[in-house]
Design a protein around this ligand. Structure first.
Ligand code: HEC
Ligand code: HEC
Ligand code: HEC
Ligand code: HEC
Length: 171
C-alpha cells in the first residue's frame, strides 16, 4: 500500500488513531465500517490481505489512459469477477454452484455479495472494501438492515433476514 518501499509512508498517521476518537456513526453496529475514511482499514481486515497478498493495485489501475472518463479504474474492467478469481481460481469453474444465480445476473458478481455498496461516500454508496464480507443474517436480524445491511437484502428489498437465512441453508 505504500508505493515507495523507503521514505515517508503514503498512508497517513490515521492508522494509529484509536477508533474511539471517531463518532459511533462511522461504524455499523455489527462493527463494519460505514465511512469511506476507513477504506484502507477495511481491506486490511480482510482475510485476502491478512492471509494473502492483496494490494490496491491487485484490483485498481492507478493510471489508465482514459482516466478522465473512467474515474474508478479497475483491472479486468470487462470481467470484474476476475478481480477475485485471480486468487480464488477454484471458483472459476463452479460459479453458479457458488452464487445460485444465473451466470449473467448481477446476483452472480462476486462484488455484489462480498463488497456490497454500504459505505457512505459524499454523493453515493461506495463498495465495502472488507472484501471477504459474507452476508450474515443473524446480525441483520439483531440490529436491523440500517445498522447491519445484508447484501442479499440490498437487492431483494421485499425479503427479510429470516427468508434469506432459509435460502442460504437450503443452498
Ligand atoms: C491476492 C489474492 C486474493 C484476491 C485478489 C482476493 N482474495 Fe479473497 N482470500 C485470499 C486469501 C489468501 C484468503 C484466505 C484463504 C485461507 O485462509 O484459506 C482469502 C479469503 C477470502 C474469503 C474467506 C474469508 C474467511 O473468513 O475465511 C472470502 C469470502 C474471500 N476471500 C472473498 C474474496 C473476494 C470476493 C474477492 C474479490 C473481490 C477476493 N477474495 C480477492 C486471497 C485473495
Ligand atoms: C479486490 C479488489 C479491490 C481491491 C483490492 C481494492 N479495491 Fe477499491 N474498488 C474495487 C471495486 C470493485 C470498486 C467499485 C468500482 C465501481 O463501482 O466501479 C472500488 C472502488 C474504490 C474507490 C471508489 C469508491 C467507489 O465505490 O466509487 C476507491 C477510492 C477505492 N476503491 C480505493 C481503493 C484503495 C485505496 C485500495 C487499497 C487500500 C483498494 N481500493 C483496493 C475493488 C478493489
Ligand atoms: C449471491 C451471493 C454470492 C456471490 C455472488 C458470491 N458469493 Fe462467495 N459466498 C457467499 C456466501 C453466502 C458465502 C458463505 C457460505 C459459503 O461458504 O458458501 C460465500 C463464501 C465465499 C468464500 C469462502 C468460503 C468458500 O466457499 O471458499 C469465498 C472465497 C468466496 N465466497 C468467494 C467468492 C467469489 C470469488 C465470488 C465470485 C466468483 C463469489 N464468492 C460470489 C455468497 C456469494
Ligand atoms: C446485485 C443484486 C443481487 C444480490 C446481491 C443478490 N441477488 Fe438474488 N437475485 C438477483 C436478481 C436480479 C435475481 C433474478 C434472477 C437472476 O438474475 O438470477 C435474483 C434471484 C434470486 C432468487 C430466485 C428468485 C426469487 O426471488 O425467489 C433467490 C432465491 C435469490 N436471488 C436469493 C438471494 C440471496 C440469498 C442472496 C444473498 C446471498 C442474493 N440473492 C443476492 C439479484 C441479487
Amino acid at each position: 500500500m505504500n508505493y515507495a518501499p523507503d521514505g515517508p509512508t503514503f498512508v497517513p498517521a490515521i492508522w494509529s488513531r484509536p477508533y474511539t476518537d471517531f463518532d459511533r456513526k462511522a461504524f455499523y453496529k455489527d462493527e463494519r465500517f460505514r465511512e469511506t475514511t476507513f477504506l484502507v482499514q477495511a481491506l486490511r481486515r480482510s482475510a485476502c490481505y491478512r492471509r494473502g497478498t492483496v494490494q490496491c493495485a491487485t484490483c485498481h489501475d492507478p493510471h489508465p489512459v482514459d482516466a478522465g472518463t473512467y474515474p474508478v479504474p479497475l483491472n479486468f474492467r470487462d470481467n470484474p469477477d476476475e478481480l477475485c478469481l485471480q486468487c480464488h481460481s477454484a471458483l472459476r469453474s463452479k460459479l453458479t454452484a457458488h452464487t445460485h444465480h444465473a451466470e449473467a445476473s448481477e446476483g452472480s458478481r462476486c462484488v455484489s455479495c462480498h463488497m456490497p455498496r454500504i459505505v457512505n461516500a459524499l454523493m453515493f454508496k461506495a463498495r465495502s472494501h472488507q472484501i471477504d464480507d459474507i452476508p450474515r443474517t443473524d446480525l441483520t436480524e439483531r440490529f436491523g438492515q440500517d445498522d447491519s445491511p445484508n447484501a442479499c437484502l440490498l437487492c431483494h428489498q421485499e425479503k427479510n433476514p429470516a427468508c434469506v437465512q432459509a435460502k442460504l441453508q437450503s443452498w
